[in-house]
Ligand binder design. Structure first.
Ligand code: GLC
Length: 748
């Protein structure tokens, strides 16, 4: 009897085992296994064709997975401040979907101007939720190129002129996005500091400028933000395109920084199969297109990393070592995104995103000037408010190039002001000037009809006439993300405001002493009328909640706390890139229409306030400048030690008091000055900051701690960061030019 029992048991057990072993998923699909094991298992199962197919686009914004193995495709999307509407599979035209609008966040200059790392996380997390909900796996942003010239068409997408501010502000954004299981793609790595000749500019600069100014934000993105992908830039460096660049991708990004993610080309940034193979490119997109609107159709198999690569392998010209390295990195990206079963589901156009966008827009708005406290507008003293300017009525969530959006809604400045004022006063509007009546950008039709054939004289006369008996005049102008006015692929021609705005502002100032100028831009602009205008507000492309944000600041619901992430030079020759050149490039290269145009960064590390300090030039408004509706009083700063050892830290503390009659936030900035150095160094450099909110009358001690890295410079000969022993000075300020106190100390 028991023999039969044994047989039955044996039979049952073997049956169970075979069932279990069939259910046992292969390693690459087993989420309990370490990612590196899953990568090797998946790689071992892939054919040569499947590996090569993963390296390049299959449509405008997607690349292949491995259908046979159930490894999903990758879907990418622009952009850094909102999820782009769908285009057709192989055409730039709008796909015409009805579920692909988005919440438009403020552009990244606004985020930088908040100097608030908590808001940066909120921004990234909210945007990542929208990307995830739209089933996008790679978000093509953020951009962190340093603002070398105020003419650069894409500065509005970036975080200003200072490497420390950009570094601190980009890290939380990355963590926020990637917590949704969506990869960031930090761009444009590196040295994409102008749009003029962006595909052919060959940047020439010294290693100090490269390491001290242009790389830090990318390094922070990789080493602190743990970015899962990076986008190569269009321009060249050392005569190699940045998307296939031995120095930037192999030596620095991977060799020095240990980047384990994927390098994605900019759209159309790949130019050679062998350079793409050996110089570190992993995913090729947009080849044979200009990355914006025109391109060859269905060219995917002729991409540099497609059939030409396969042919080189089949002919024995190249091996498959580099191919496997690339596929390993792409599989790692898959296990972090498309194949992460636990990633959240995201959300789309939620009230939370609206309030996040509003908060960022409010806190990034900068009060530049406010003589005789014209602001905030007191509605009990205003019966007639005149609003002037095209930017009060023009949609700004469109335009600017690839970051253009199809926002579900956009509160325009005039609308925001009207809804805020309600019946408390009469709000009237005059155009003042005509700028860009275009109503279509990247295929998104705004349905706005801004056509106005009246002459500038008539428009001016109408505005001046209306201003004479208004209690307040709010001029809302600036730039507008149309071509040459803060737009990808085109730089501005000069620092001046376009469309006759300076004339309108100057004339309005003559007839009304309660004129407020609200400048909307992503770059500094000249302000010849700066002394005639009592109140000036710098704000940005604020996205869907623009009108509500601007109104809340103008009427005092919000106390402005933003600070400038870049300097406002009075004139272009006050900028190193323009004083020393070269911009936009070497004259003979431009004249001879050479294939590549050298642009030598003769100003080296002296960018922004570093240049202004060196040349003792007073800017219109300084880096880090921003006023409040309250006032702050700084005590005398002190340090916890007078000597700091190379492996130690030093903490500076300063008492800060809100001496005004309302709550407000101040951004305390710490600059470091190396009093004696073997190499020329900037007079001071931002090395720490803290944003602190205080109630009326409240005071707190603010502490800022630094270590040796804040004292170091990059020694190009030794190719390493050096902190020289000796005397240093800490400068605590409310801006780079408003220093409240200094503390000397020694590095032992
Ligand atoms: C564009 C831009 C890049 C964008 C990409 C896809 O040309 O340079 O920032 O993400 O192509 O649109």
């Amino acid at each position: 009897m028991n023999k039969i029992l044994k047989l039955i048991t044996l039979f049952f057990l073997t049956g169970l085992l075979s069932v279990l072993s069939q259910n046992k998923s292969p390693i690459y699909l087993d989420a309990t296994k370490p990612i590196e094991e899953r990568i090797e298992d998946a790689l071992s199962r892939m054919t040569l064709d499947e590996k090569v197919a993963m390296l390049h686009a299959q449509s405008k914004f997607s690349s292949a997975g491995v259908p046979r193995l159930g490894i999903p495709e990758f879907w990418t999307t622009d952009g850094p401040h909102g999820i782009r509407p769908e285009v057709l599979w192989d055409k730039w035209e709008q796909a015409g979907w009805t579920n692909d609008s988005c919440f438009a966040f403020p552009a990244l200059t606004c985020l930088a101007a908040t100097w608030d790392t908590d808001l940066s996380f909120l921004y990234g997390h909210s945007l990542g939720e929208e990307a995830r909900y739209r089933k996008k796996d790679i978000l093509l942003g953020p951009g962190v190129n340093i603002y070398r010239t105020p003419l650069n068409g894409r500065n509005f997408e970036y975080m200003g002129e200072d490497p420390l501010l950009s570094s601190r502000m980009v890290v939380p954004y990355i963590k926020g996005v990637q917590q949704n299981g969506v990869a960031v793609c930090v761009k444009h790595y590196a040295l994409n500091n102008q749009e003029t000749n962006r595909h052919t500019t060959n940047v020439v600069l010294d290693d100090r400028a490269l390491y001290e100014i242009y790389l830090p934000a990318f390094k922070a993105a990789v080493q602190e933000g743990k970015a899962w992908s990076i986008m190569g830039a269009y321009n060249l460096y050392k005569n190699q395109h940045a998307c296939q660049n031995q120095y930037l991708l192999n030596d620095i990004l991977r060799g020095e920084w240990g980047f384990d993610g994927v390098v994605v080309s900019d759209w159309g940034g790949t130019h050679s199969t062998s350079q793409a193979i050996f110089n570190g490119l992993d995913m090729e997109f947009g080849t044979w297109t200009d990355g914006l609107a025109v391109g060859t159709s269905n060219a995917y198999n002729s991409y540099y990393l497609a059939k030409p690569y396969l042919d080189m392998i089949h002919s024995g010209k190249v091996g498959t070592k580099e191919l496997d390295e690339k596929v390993r990195r792409i599989l790692r990206l898959a296990f972090r995104t498309t194949m992460d079963k636990n990633r959240p589901f995201g959300s789309f156009d939620s009230p939370e995103h609206s309030s996040a966008g509003l908060k960022i827009a409010q806190d990034g708005t900068v009060l530049l000037k406010n003589t005789s406290n014209v602001l905030p507008i007191k509605l009990d003293k205003a019966s007639k408010i005149l609003v002037v300017g095209e930017n009060a009525i023009k949609m700004m969530t469109v335009g600017g190039g690839s970051s253009s959006l199809k926002a579900r809604y956009e509160i325009l400045p005039l609308e925001g002001i009207q809804s805020r004022v309600g019946a408390q006063a009469k709000v009237t509007y005059t155009r003042g000037y005509v700028g860009d009546p275009t109503g279509e950008y990247n295929g998104v039709v705004t349905k706005q009809d801004l056509k106005d054939d009246r002459s500038s004289e008539v428009l001016l006369a109408e505005a001046v006439d209306a201003a004479k008996d208004a209690d307040y005049v709010i001029f809302i102008g600036g730039l507008n993300k149309s071509d040459y006015q803060d737009c990808e692929n085109t730089d501005r021609a000069g620092l001046e405001l376009p469309y006759n705005q300076d004339k309108v502002i100057a004339e309005l100032a003559k007839v009304n002493n309660k004129l407020i100028v609200v400048n909307i831009s992503g770059n500094a602009v000249a302000m010849p009328w700066v002394n005639e205008v009592p109140a000036i507000v710098q704000t940005w492309y604020l996205g869907s909640e623009a009108g509500n944000a601007i109104a809340s600041v103008l009427f005092g619901d919000v106390n402005p706390s933003g600070k400038l992430p870049f300097s406002f030079p009075a004139k272009l020759t006050d900028v190193g890139a323009h004083k020393l050149g070269e911009y936009p490039g070497k004259k003979e290269d431009l004249a001879n229409k050479r294939d590549t145009v050298d642009v030598t960064y003769n100003e080296s590390i002296f960018v922004g306030y570093r240049w202004l300090d060196k040349e003792k030039i007073k800017p219109l408004f300084s880096f880090g400048h921003g006023l409040s509706y309250t006032t702050f009083q700084y005590g005398k700063p002190v340090s916890d030690k007078t000597e700091v050892r190379a492996d130690g830290h030093i903490t500076f503390s300063v008492n800060l008091k809100n001496t005004g009659d309302r709550e407000g936030a101040e951004i305390v900035q710490l600059y470091i000055s190396d009093l004696k150095s073997s190499l020329p160094r900037p007079l001071k450099e931002l090395k720490a900051f803290k944003k602190i909110s205080l109630k009326a009358g409240e005071e707190k001690t603010v502490e800022l701690t630094i270590d040796k890295s804040a004292l170091s410079f990059f020694d190009a000969n030794k190719h390493e960061w050096i902190a020289e022993l000796g005397d240093f000075e800490a400068l605590i300020g409310s801006s780079s030019s408003d220093i409240k106190g200094k503390v000397k100390f020694k590095l032992k």
